[in-house]
Design a protein around this ligand. Structure first.
Ligand code: SF4
Ligand code: SF4
Ligand code: SF4
Ligand code: SF4
Length: 373
């Protein structure tokens, strides 16, 4: 790999050739604040949080779109740079409820704490579903924002809801991550910037409900949103997960990697596994939104049921499997009367085992699969 050498904040840094200044900094453990940047998306240069000063270069370029060059000397945290970032962030926060960021309590209240500020009920960190998970909070803390001197402007639009997630326009910073994720990763393009100037919002064509667009409800836009604007409808105020469990989606044979976010015994959120998974962090509607629903659903069967005198009665696994084995044994004597039908909802391995069971144990070649439908 070809590399280059540059200096960031007085530190000698070696970066791969072709990296941006931001990537060179991140790969060397130097933090530069970002909001519109996401590692899975092309650089956009919209939020201006990552601006830096480069020796012998005019102005303050965005580090996410500036290629790192041999011998470059970059100032990524000087007073001038930080002041400029603060001013840009203040402009952004003029259109964002910011009690959550400028509260005199300094320490942020947790989801179950009582807010002591005398502000509107929708202007508190404790009432935002992204509290303690919000990238805007992290950037604001890093820049030490204490007040917003500009007149506050609210978009005052209703929250857009669909069965799976919702969009609060007042919490949107117009970073475009949802739009780019939908267009560039999912190739759907269900949403875009609509209107111009201070009327600009993210929306659908002609502001139609999401259900009337080509949206697939994959939830990628929700996963990519850095603020509380886009959030899952299930367990919105569950807060930060206590632990995460990596697993495989049970819904179909693709076998996407899931990360279950868990609090207590409850799956509160799901996102795609980006590490060593077949799906590179992407999911479909079932994987993204299904698990939080079915795992805890009251109608979910948790124990085997055996029909006795026309009524289903709960049984132990030993009893249920024993009964099935008994009944199957009868058909081993006449395998032509036995068939195995499997499902595309099972994994490849399960389907293999099912056909093997049919042929090797039951002695039949009557094997079929619902995928042919
Ligand atoms: S989006 Fe972030 S900064 Fe805004 S209210 Fe929610 S937690 Fe606070
Ligand atoms: S859910 Fe998926 S398809 Fe729908 S808008 Fe979001 S990213 Fe696009
Ligand atoms: S909804 Fe979220 S991801 Fe989309 S533009 Fe607004 S803040 Fe960015
Ligand atoms: S149901 Fe969706 S998320 Fe689950 S494995 Fe299939 S494609 Fe992936």
């Amino acid at each position: 790999m070809e590399t280059i050498n540059l200096t960031i904040d007085g530190q000698q840094v070696t970066a791969r050739k072709g990296a941006t200044v931001l990537e060179a900094a991140q790969e060397s453990g130097i933090y530069i604040p970002t909001l519109c940047h996401h590692p899975d998306l092309k650089p956009f240069g919209a939020c201006r949080m990552c601006l830096v000063q480069v020796e012998k270069m005019r102005g303050f370029p965005a580090s996410c779109t500036t290629p790192a060059g041999e011998g470059m000397v970059v100032d990524a945290s000087g007073e001038q740079v930080q002041t400029l970032r603060r001013q840009v962030l203040e402009l952004m926060l003029a259109e964002h409820p910011h009690a959550c960021l400028t509260c005199w309590k300094r320490e942020r209240c947790g989801p179950t704490d009582t807010c002591l500020r005398q502000v509107a009920v929708d202007d508190r960190c404790v009432t935002c579903p992204k509290n303690e998970r919000c990238e805007l909070q992290r950037v604001s803390d890093f820049l030490g924002i204490k007040e917003v001197r500009l007149k506050s402007y609210r978009r005052q639009r209703d929250i857009d809801r669909n069965p799976f997630f919702e969009r609060d326009h007042d919490l949107c910073i117009l970073c475009g991550r949802c739009v780019r994720a939908c267009q560039d990763i999912r190739n759907v393009g269900a949403i875009d910037f609509i209107y111009r100037g201070h009327r600009a919002i993210i929306g659908t064509p002609f502001e139609r409900p999401m259900e009337e667009t080509n949206c697939e409800f994959c939830g990628t836009c929700v996963d990519f949103c850095p603020t509380g604007s886009l959030r899952e409808r299930a367990f919105p105020f569950a807060g930060v997960a206590e632990r995460q469990v990596r697993t495989i989606c049970p819904y179909c044979g693709v076998g996407c990697g899931l990360v279950l976010e868990i609090k207590g015994d409850q799956v509160i959120r799901v996102h795609g596994d980006r590490e060593k998974s077949v799906n590179d962090g992407q999911l479909c509607v079932k994987g993204k939104f299904g698990a939080t629903e079915f795992v805890h659903h009251r109608d979910r069967l948790r124990r085997p049921l055996i029909k006795k005198d026309g009524t289903f009665v709960e049984a132990s696994w030993d009893e249920a499997l024993g009964l099935i084995a008994e009944k199957f044994k009868e058909y081993q004597k006449r395998p032509q009367e036995f068939a195995v039908i499997s499902s595309a909802k099972c994994t490849n391995e399960e389907n293999y085992v099912v056909q093997k069971f049919g042929r090797a144990v039951m002695g039949t070649n009557n094997i079929d699969h619902c995928a042919r439908l």
